[in-house]
Design a binder for this molecule. Structure first.
Ligand code: GDP
Length: 331
């Protein structure tokens, strides 16, 4: 059945879950006519967005992301919120298998009417997956979800993509004995607004305490992401629920602090501009690749670059010239 973007927007706004699921399916489609309808839908939904807290969560596979999100999700639902959980997992494009999506996850949370869980859109580039997740996030906000959690795995560049679409980036760590820093790259640590060492229970409690101390020390050496916020490092247990209410309090404190300083609004504004430019770049490159004159010259230029006959810089200029309909330069 065909439904207009206007009717779908209305149903999403009314909080109809099936309409929301359908809206996201439309957003995820790569078909040209679907893209057009999705754009109209998003334009209609836009005034209804922006009133949620957007939380990005990352950590290596096995750190306890699903368990933690379920525990935090149930806690915030009990406090009267509605939670949407989305994911950015481009691993399906790289390896053919999804790191986040393969197991049955968050079963208890998934059964709650106050929760909406959507796996990562399948396949494509990180840029494509991120764009679809950003748009899905807006649809969830328009449907009245006021806590949005975007989950990603600690592989590749996906953390940066998630930090660029959320208000708060939460890094989950494992309790590690000694001072080994779990191979977490400095760049990822610098994105964090909140660091939690999960599995602080049973035999792992002592190791978790030491890991907290290690990371407090390590974070001290890093350039802070915000002038107004010192990144907390705490322990929690997604299993026992220890530290979960405190985490939600910390998130609330973070939101108030950055709201008061104007930083939250500034961050979102900067994210919107970054998003606009990445869209522009992607669309421009797609249009360039489709252009008949570019397609005609591409095989020859690619061969010349491959064989080292001309520098890539020159080949790039010639492709651009072909796209713009300019005379090829005589170099
Ligand atoms: P994900 O891959 O990051 O989503 O991790 P999962 O949530 O699937 O958890 C990986 C494993 O760690 C599972 O066996 C969980 O039961 C376990 N786990 C998760 N949280 C905790 C915790 O707080 N304490 C302990 N002891 N185990 C946990």
């Amino acid at each position: 059945m065909h439904i207009t973007a206007a009717a779908l927007a209305e149903a999403v706004h009314a909080g109809e879950r099936r309409a929301l699921a359908r809206a996201i399916t439309l957003i995820e489609s790569t078909r040209a006519d679907h893209r057009e309808r999705a754009a109209e839908l998003l334009e209609r939904l836009m005034p209804l967005t922006g009133r949620s807290i957007r939380i990005g969560i990352s950590g290596v596979p096995g750190v306890g992301k699903s368990t933690f999100i379920e525990a935090l999700g149930m806690h915030v639902i009990d406090r009267g919120h509605r939670v949407a959980v989305l994911a950015v997992d481009p691993s399906s494009a790289l390896s053919g298998g999804s790191i986040l999506g393969d197991k049955t996850r968050m079963e208890e949370l998934a059964r709650r009417p106050e929760a909406f869980i959507r796996p990562s859109p399948a396949g494509g580039t990180l840029g494509g997956v991120a764009r679809r997740t950003r748009e899905a996030m807006l649809a969830c906000e328009a449907a009245g979800f006021d806590v949005i959690i975007v989950e990603t795995v600690g592989v590749g560049q996906s953390e940066t993509a998630v930090a660029e679409m959320t208000d708060l980036f939460l890094l989950l760590l494992l309790p590690a004995g000694g001072d080994e820093l779990q191979g977490i790259k400095r760049g990822i640590m610098e994105l964090a607004d909140l660091v939690l060492v999960n599995k602080a229970d049973g035999d792992l409690a002592g190791a978790a305490r030491r890991t907290v101390a290690d990371y407090r020390h390590a974070l001290h050496m890093l350039r802070p992401r915000s002038r107004n916020w010192t990144v907390p490092v705490e322990a929690c247990s997604a299993h026992t629920g220890a530290g979960i209410p405190e985490t939600w309090e910390t998130i609330g404190r973070y939101r108030e602090t950055l709201d008061a300083s104007g930083e939250l609004a500034a961050r979102r504004a900067a994210q919107a501009r970054t998003w606009m430019w990445s869209e522009t770049t992607d669309n421009l490159v797609a249009a360039l690749r489709e252009h008949p004159a570019v397609r005609e010259r591409l095989p020859e230029l690619e061969a010349a670059v491959t064989e080292g006959r001309i520098p890539p810089t020159l080949a790039a200029r010639r492709l651009l010239a072909a796209f713009l309909g300019e005379e090829p330069d005589s170099e």
